[in-house]
Each structure stands twice: as structure tokens, then as C-alpha cells.
Design a protein. Structure first.
Length: 766
């Protein structure tokens, strides 16, 4: 089987030519980041002392603000008969006959004939002007509608109020007018504007953010200032830490153990016929091998650690000893040794020595460890059993949060699962699915979760969650704007200070005008100081990006993974066959809202009682909309519960009693059959080639307490076409040409789906 953990290096022209994407080994190693943190906790300071005090120097942005450029006016005298200049504070006569070139203002007026720059991005939309470039795991989604919409604005510089009106106009579909992406929506999502700290919305109205800040001060804002903010979007700073294993190593090591047992027992049965140098020593070595393989199997079972070198060499030595004691059968032990090395070597290769960016410390389990594994595999209540290629994608903000004390997000109930500043994670696996055709596979998403954002759906946390949504990103944009305004005022003062005779040489009118300018600077400095101190006082924040679009972003990342691994189907595992059964609680409907019933529908409360909603569950709805926009199919389709190609199934019967029975009566959990009068769900724990392997798996799972009651667990033989191998669930089905579309850039902020809005949008490219 091809390596399922490959990364893609694909260019647009490759797709145009119809060539297969060039693939390379997945690195997934995050890079270092030395971004300095902001200092918080300062009290309000007067602008007149901020620049000179130690406290002022502790805030980099303050130092930057008071580090003013030299006046932009010329200091060369050019005599001119015109002794008066009109400024925005009235006529200012010069005392020494200086030229009008000297006394000027730096205020940049809107150029005559200023127009849109949309032509620069029209043919490469949603790429922040960079064009279509190779994308790796660390940056699965690129671009934004906001960048393109700002480029389309008919002015280079305009009052902030005009920019606000322009952005509100952008909250419409605005399809791409021409080119290969003609018809694709360019809607500017208010959530993106909030994450950018460009416009923060509450109740549908802008209540904060850079443009509101500037509009309240009647400032003008340039196009480039806004584009710089888009380039610094927190979404651009997200990374994916991918943890996973290839295949199903716990089942592979069990298969090897059975092969070794069978071979050694066959040799023992013929011991009386000769061929063994020392029967006693052979039996001792065989017993040691069995014990050590048991030990390694236990280590592998939960994927939570690599296998120590000492354990590996011990098994290798045992097999070598057996070969020496049975010299006429060395090929047998050589083959076993080769299989053992392949299984354990491949497993250990998945260990990652990760160098995390500064500000992304590992959470409790990983502290002090050199290797990363999907350690949460043992949380069987959270994911569907029986799969292969188990993977955990961790989406996190790279580095320290700017302007936040401690540089970290604030979580409720529990912290991050993997690393600091984690946004969320996805757990998934895949299996062969003969229903798709020979060699085709089916991806199953068991969990898609954001502990950072989930409190918004819980009434107990809602108030605190939103009160702590203080946007820390792009705070310096406000300071840069204030600094520009201050520079303009300094430029206006320059002619007075260049007169060379002091204030006594100025006329009374000039002295008044100079006092007015100094007062404006003083007021501006106080405003800047207050803004800086406030931005440096964020003690904690829940303002992670994608607070409403996380499912959309996470699923798009999965779609790209599907394309890289040539997988043609993906399903959201319904809560009705997973979490609602294993973690039954009829009083809570959260999992029903996110993962849905067997038909994909959510559960809603009607007069306090749970009923099937008329709408799909959150994650399922995202999947459906993306399928529609990319021209993929979305339908009820058989999803394998374990590998259909392995005939012997380990199945756990879960009687739906007590709370589970209440959920069953409400239509919120799934039943396959009735046992002793109780509706029962068949939970596939694994699939094997032989019954012996299946029984050994049960023994190992019981030792690890993954099976608590063996009375409900049995081994059943099923053919690949047997309906018991499958469950009908909502599924996105993608042909190979659709998979190629998933390799193209997607929009990060589009809750209703992906980039494409109609079926044949990329027909000319594929």
C-alpha cells in the first residue's frame, strides 16, 4: 500500500497538464519562532513622560510610537514674494519670508483619478496576491476575500468611515467577474474582519477594531495599512501538528506473534525427530520470545510510546538463538526477524522529535518526552474502533499570542490537549471500502473538537467566554495610525521651529496656531498612550481565530489530506453509533448537535424534549455544503466498521439499557439487533485474517482494560460483502478529479463551504 502520510508539492500547471501531483515525505515539523511578547499590566501614563521613562521603554510599541521621523518639509530657504500659506488651521504668515514649499502639510490627499487595483488579483483570487503556490501541511488554507475586496476599493486612502461602508458592502456575494474562477463568491465574512481586528462586530454592528478606532478620531486610512493587517491575519499563523501511525500496528504485531507461535510449536512437535541442538534451551528461548512479544504488543497497543531499543534487541537475540538451536530451519527465523523489524521499525518511525515554536509548550503528557504519538488513541469512548492509519491533527497558533499576559489562550474546564495555543484537533482513520471499488479507501472522522471555542455553545460559560474575547491581533495597526497623524502635526510645527528666533519672534496669531498644534499633539499622545496601555493589559483571552468557522477549516484540512492520500470518501461518524452510546447522557445534546444522528440530522430541544432537527448536524452540514460546491456527491453510503477484507471480526455487543435505552427511544442511538429483549449495538473492535489472531487481540485488549466485559465480546466470520461490515451514514464521495480540486487553495472563512461554487469550475484545469 502507498504511504498514506505523504505531503503534496503541486503547482497549478501540473493540474492543467493533468499530471499526477509530485509527492514528498511528510515533514510536519514546526519551525521556531522568537517573536517577543508584549508587556502588560501598566497603569495609565501621561504622554509627556512615556517616551523618557523606564516603563515606557518596556513597551516596544510605545518606543516605536515616540520614535518620530524627521519633519518631511524642506529646510532650505527659497525666497518667495508670497508670505502667506493656507493650512487647515487658517492662514499662517511667515515672519521671514520663507517659501510656501517650507510651510506645508504632510496630509496625503486622495489622488485625482484613484481607482481599483483589483486587476492585480483578479486572476489569482484568494491568494493574498501571491498566486497559486505549493501548499504544505503547515499552511493548508490560503488567502481571503478581504484582501481582494480591499484591492478593489476605488481609493488609495479614505476616511475610516468610508472604509467601514466599503467593508459592509463586501458582506455580499460579489462573485469573481471573469477568469477560471468566474462565479466564485468573494463575500467578506464578518468573522474574518473580527479576527483581523479590522472591525469587531457585536449584534451585527461594528463596535471595535482598527477601522472603528480610526473612524472615532476622523482619521484617514490607506489601502496599504489594511492590506498589511490582512497579511498578518492570525489564520496565516496557524500550523498543523500531525500525529499518527501507519496501518494498525497492534494488529500486525499480534499476527506476527501468532505466526511465531505456530512455527515454534511445529518445531517442538517434531523435536523427537532431531534437528534441535538442545531441546531444553530451545524451549526456554521460545518462552522468552513469547513473553517479550507480549510486552512489545502491550507497548504498541495504545500508540503512546516508541519501543525501547533494549526491547527490540532482546527479541532479535531470541530469534537468533532459536535459529542457532535449529540450524536446519534458519529461513523460518530469518523471515520472522525480517517481519518483526519491519513492523517495529515502521511503528517507531512515526515517533516525532518535535521542536515547537517558542510559546507552544507541550501539555502534561508530552513534557520531557522526545517523541510524539497519538497518545489519546486509548480514549476509546471518543473515536470509532476498528480503523487503520489512526491520525490526530492538532491545529494551533504558532508562537506566543501578541499583547497577552503569558502569551496563551484562556481555556475553560480543561486546557489544551497537546500544545499551548491549541485551537482544536481532529481524530480520524481510514479503511478499505470495496463498495467504492478495488483499492479504494474510506476516511472516518470520529472527533472534531475545539475546547477553546466550544464554551460558546454552553450557557454556563457563554458570558465569561465572550467577555474574554479580547482580540490581541494587529494591535500595532492602531498605534501606527496614531503615529502617522502625529507625524503630520510635527511636520506642521516644523516651519515655526525653523524660523530661528524663538517664540518671541512669532506673531500673536502664529503663537496661537502653534499652541493649537502642540495641544493636538498632546491630546494625540494621551490617546496613543491610553490605547497602548489598554492593548498591553490583556490578562487572558478566548479570542482564538475561527471561533465560528473551526469545523469548516478543520474539514478542509481533512479534504486536502484525502487528496494527498488518494482517499475517495469521508464520513462524519454519527454520535448515534459512537459517543452517544459510549458516553451516554440523555440530558446533553452537544454531540448530537455536532455529529448528528445516523441520517446526519441534529437533535434540537422542543419544549425541553429532544427531537430530530430539520437541519443537519454542524459538522455534517459543512461536509454537505463543501460537497455541493466542489461537485462531489453527498449521500447515505455504506461506511466500513472494520476492515471488510479481513474475515474474522471482534465484535462487542453493547446492550442499550438504562440511559442508553432512553437515548434509543429518542432516536439518538443506533441498534443493529435485539438480544434477550434489549436493543443492541454491534461495536467492531477489529478485523483479522485468522480466528487465533482475533482471540489474541481480545486477550491483549482485556489486559489493557479496553475490553471490560469479555462476556459481550466474540469473534464472528464475515465476508467482505456482508452488510454487518457497514453502516449507512452521510458521506462525501469524491472522484479522482474532485480530489485534485482539494489540492487548490481554499478560503479559510466560508462557513457554508469551500472555494468553489459550481460543479465544473475547474473543468479547464483538470
Amino acid at each position: 500500500m502507498a504511504d498514506p502520510f505523504i505531503d503534496t508539492n503541486i503547482f497549478l500547471d501540473q493540474i492543467k497538464k493533468g499530471s499526477s501531483p509530485q509527492i514528498r515525505q511528510d515533514t510536519n515539523i514546526v519551525v521556531d519562532d522568537r517573536e517577543p511578547s508584549a508587556v502588560g499590566g501598566l497603569v495609565a501614563l501621561g504622554a509627556t513622560v512615556l517616551g523618557a521613562t523606564a516603563l515606557g521603554r518596556r513597551i516596544p510599541a510605545l518606543k516605536k510610537y515616540f520614535s518620530m521621523a524627521k519633519p518631511k518639509t524642506s529646510t532650505i530657504y527659497k525666497p518667495n514674494k508670497d508670505l502667506k500659506v493656507t493650512t487647515d488651521i487658517g492662514e499662517v504668515p511667515t515672519a521671514t519670508g520663507q517659501s510656501t514649499e517650507l510651510i506645508t502639510t504632510s496630509r496625503e490627499l486622495i489622488p485625482t483619478g484613484a481607482r481599483s487595483r483589483y486587476g492585480e488579483v483578479r486572476d489569482i483570487p484568494f491568494t493574498q496576491g501571491k498566486g497559486y503556490r505549493p501548499q504544505g501541511i503547515g499552511n493548508p488554507l490560503v488567502g481571503s476575500s478581504t484582501y481582494d475586496w480591499v484591492m478593489e476599493a476605488p481609493f488609495e486612502k479614505a476616511p475610516a468611515k468610508d472604509w467601514i461602508r466599503w467593508m459592509e458592502r463586501g458582506n455580499q456575494q460579489h462573485p469573481v467577474p471573469m477568469g477560471v474562477l468566474q462565479g466564485v463568491s468573494r463575500r467578506v465574512n464578518p468573522e474574518e474582519l473580527t479576527d483581523l481586528n479590522l472591525l469587531v462586530y457585536e449584534g451585527g454592528k461594528p463596535t471595535g477594531g482598527f477601522l472603528k478606532f480610526a473612524a472615532d478620531r476622523n482619521m484617514e486610512v490607506s489601502r496599504e495599512a489594511i492590506l498589511d493587517m490582512v497579511k498578518n491575519s492570525p489564520v496565516n499563523n496557524l500550523q498543523i501538528l500531525r500525529l499518527g501511525v501507519r496501518g494498525a500496528p497492534e494488529k500486525e504485531i499480534i499476527k506476527l506473534k501468532q505466526e511465531a507461535d505456530d512455527a515454534i510449536n511445529a518445531v517442538k512437535a517434531k523435536a523427537g525427530e532431531g534437528g534441535l541442538k538442545d531441546v531444553v534451551k530451545y524451549n526456554e528461548s521460545a518462552k522468552l520470545l513469547d513473553e517479550r512479544l507480549d510486552d512489545i504488543t502491550e507497548k504498541i497497543f495504545n500508540y503512546n510510546q516508541s519501543i525501547p531499543v533494549a526491547s527490540l534487541t532482546s527479541v532479535q537475540a531470541d530469534l537468533t538463538n532459536l535459529a542457532n538451536l535449529n540450524p536446519g530451519n534458519t529461513r523460518l527465523y530469518s523471515d520472522l526477524l525480517k517481519k518483526f523489524n519491519n513492523i517495529t521499525g515502521d511503528y517507531n518511525q512515526r515517533a516525532k522529535r518535535v521542536t515547537l515554536p517558542e510559546g507552544n509548550r507541550p501539555t502534561s503528557y508530552y513534557i520531557g518526552k522526545e517523541d510524539y504519538f497519538p497518545v489519546h488513541k486509548n480514549q476509546a469512548d471518543y473515536h470509532l474502533a476498528g480503523g487503520e492509519n489512526f491520525t490526530e491533527d492538532v491545529i494551533f497558533y504558532k508562537g506566543r499570542l501578541p499583547n497577552v499576559s503569558g502569551g496563551k489562550f484562556k481555556y475553560y474546564d480543561q486546557g489544551a490537549h497537546y500544545v499551548d495555543n491549541e485551537i482544536g484537533f481532529v481524530r480520524y482513520d481510514d479503511l478499505p471500502n470495496p463498495k467504492l471499488g478495488e483499492g479504494r479507501r474510506h476516511l472516518r472522522i470520529s472527533e472534531l473538537q475545539s475546547d477553546l471555542h466550544s464554551p460558546q455553545f454552553d450557557k454556563d460559560y457563554k458570558k465569561d467566554y465572550f467577555s474574554n474575547r479580547k482580540i490581541p491581533f494587529n494591535q500595532t495597526a492602531m498605534i501606527n495610525q496614531l503615529k502617522k497623524e502625529r507625524q503630520e502635526l510635527v511636520d506642521k510645527i516644523a516651519p515655526y521651529t525653523e524660523l530661528g528666533r524663538g517664540i518671541s519672534a512669532l506673531t500673536k496669531s502664529q503663537q496661537q496656531d502653534l499652541a493649537r498644534l502642540n495641544y493636538k499633539i498632546s491630546q494625540l499622545d494621551n490617546s496613543a498612550a491610553g490605547a497602548l496601555v489598554r492593548s498591553s493589559q490583556i490578562d487572558r483571552t478566548t479570542a482564538g481565530p475561527l471561533y465560528r468557522s473551526f469545523p469548516d477549516y478543520a474539514i478542509k484540512n481533512i479534504l486536502r489530506s484525502m487528496a494527498e492520500r488518494r482517499i475517495n470518501a469521508v464520513s462524519i461518524v454519527p454520535a448515534a453509533m459512537n459517543k452517544s452510546i459510549k458516553m451516554s447522557n440523555y440530558r446533553k445534546i452537544g454531540d448530537d448537535v455536532n455529529y448528528g444522528r445516523m441520517n446526519g440530522k441534529a437533535t434540537t430541544l422542543v419544549e425541553g424534549k429532544p427531537k430530530e432537527s430539520g437541519d443537519l448536524a454542524v459538522n455534517v452540514k459543512v461536509l454537505k455544503n463543501i460537497a455541493k460546491q466542489y461537485g462531489a456527491k453527498f449521500e447515505m453510503f455504506p461506511m466500513p466498521k472494520s476492515n471488510p477484507q479481513k474475515r474474522f471480526k471482534v465484535i462487542e455487543d453493547i446492550p442499550l439499557k438504562g440511559e442508553k435505552k432512553i437515548l434509543y427511544d429518542q432516536g439518538r442511538v443506533h441498534s443493529n439487533k435485539v438480544v434477550d429483549g434489549d436493543p443492541t449495538y454491534e461495536n467492531h473492535l477489529g478485523a483479522f485474517d485468522t480466528k487465533k489472531e482475533a482471540l489474541d487481540f481480545i486477550k491483549q485488549a482485556e489486559r489493557k482494560e479496553l475490553i471490560k466485559n469479555t462476556d459481550n465480546v466474540g469473534v464472528i466470520e464475515l465476508s467482505p460483502d456482508d452488510p454487518m461490515n457497514y453502516e449507512m451514514v452521510p458521506t462525501l464521495l469524491a472522484t479522482d478529479d474532485i480530489l485534485q480540486k482539494f489540492l487548490l487553495p481554499m478560503k479559510a472563512y466560508m462557513r457554508v463551504g469551500g472555494l468553489v461554487d459550481k460543479k465544473d469550475i475547474f473543468k479547464s484545469l483538470i
